[in-house]
Design a protein around this ligand. Sequence first.
Ligand code: B12
Ligand code: SF4
Ligand code: SF4
Length: 410
Amino acid sequence: MIGSAASGSAVGLADEIRIIGLGLGLTAVGFCDAEPMESTREVLIERREQGLNAEMAFTYRNPHRSTDPRATLPSARSIVVAALRYDTEMSQRPLGESPHARVARYATADHYRELRDALSVIKGHLKGLGHKAVVLADDNAIVDRAVAVKAGIGWFGKSANVLLPGMGSWFVLGSVLTSAELVPFAEVLPDGCGNCTECLDHCPTGAIVAPGVVDARRCLSWRLQAPGDFPVEFREALGNRIYGCDDCQEFCPPSRRADRRGIGARVRDAEGSFIGDTGSWVDVSWILAASDVELLERLGRWYVPQRDPRYIRRNALVVVGNTAGELVDEQLETLVGSYLDGDDDMLKRHAVWSVLALGRHSLLSLGTRASDPVIVGEVAALGTDWLGRGRLGAGSLGGEALGREVGDGV
Ligand code: B12
Ligand code: SF4
Ligand code: SF4
């Protein structure tokens, strides 16, 4: 075996790597073997068969690969697993004229890049000693949570998130596969959830269908990333979220305690920012007005289906419907109206919902809108429930009702 520069032993090398990792700002570093993870593979295949992965590929695309480290690095003997605490606090929602949308904490800055940079230093160290090493973090090639649990970094919460003892779950996870032998491998930690069910109780869409089991079809975090229309049944539950959802962590007692006590808290650097810092709030008027280039330049770090910024606008239109309320002014009406008059049918449908959710039915009667088949069709499809929220009476349906109200000068 090729040994550590410091001690020449596998134990010494593991210690050395932990010291390097913690020194680079990683919150926890653990080690496990690189054997295939058969039970995780079975879970992936089973959940895919049950449709719980929605349309997602990621680790589900090839469960044999994502549960076998040697499919990526044939000589792998060990895995270094690391957790990095991410943005610790929600900043205050900016007060002002325009509604703002909320970004989940893991996405407020490029915490993955910071994690990968630290893991790359570890990789460099291992390679310098003659070992092979590959960095994986949020990559389809490995199920990060499964290796984190195996490496004794944390336990599987009922939310499916991995929690670190005493620190909760505000962590991104990544690893270095290596041909080095890094012993002793960790023991799996005992469950730390006990009788708690806060995450199941507070998930806004009931997406945690059993302890540790997320039905991605219902999970807002996935719905915001998925292509196509945002399902009508989850639009109200979306609230002001534009990317990611934190409720199963915000309500989690260990994560709350860690927040309160500032455990693992990280501070922004001297310039007041993390790498790629976009903050916790984005002005939705800005999103609706921005060009494709501007949107991708600022928010392109997010997972956006097909890298198509229309999906960011789609989400913003739902946020407007949920939150704009008193903040609707002429400028916002004009912006939403530009989607009603535009040639993108998907965005037009979401703009219709937004207008109905705000009770601003009159916007649907301006110009050619009242006879626009997409608008009329969407009003009909949304049905009496939505019409009943504003000035159109419950029981009025579709284009006919819309036309009548329009004719009445609504
Ligand atoms: C696909 C994906 C998603 C999907 C699906 C999530 C899911 N639960 O599968 C969506 C888009 C919904 C998503 C959302 C989020 N994600 Co995500 N996601 C991934 C990705 C790419 C693959 C995950 C995967 O393979 N899932 C497969 C399923 C089968 O795994 P699982 O849900 O973890 O299920 C395990 C448990 O059920 C456990 N288990 C089995 N039986 C039982 C029984 C009991 C009682 C228990 C408790 C557990 C248990 O075994 C299963 C297999 O390991 C990973 C990155 C990666 N390469 O691994 C990031 C990753 C899991 N996501 C991450 C994050 C941060 C999030 C969000 C918090 C982001 C946000 N704020 O919106 C949410 C959390 C939602 C949630 N409650 O899971 C982090 C998790 C960090 C952590 N501390 O756990 C990861 C690891 C990314 C990273 N590298 O840091 N994600
Ligand atoms: S991320 Fe949100 S929607 Fe998804 S499981 Fe957690 S609380 Fe539920
Ligand atoms: S909310 Fe409770 S059950 Fe859910 S992950 Fe946190 S401690 Fe576990």
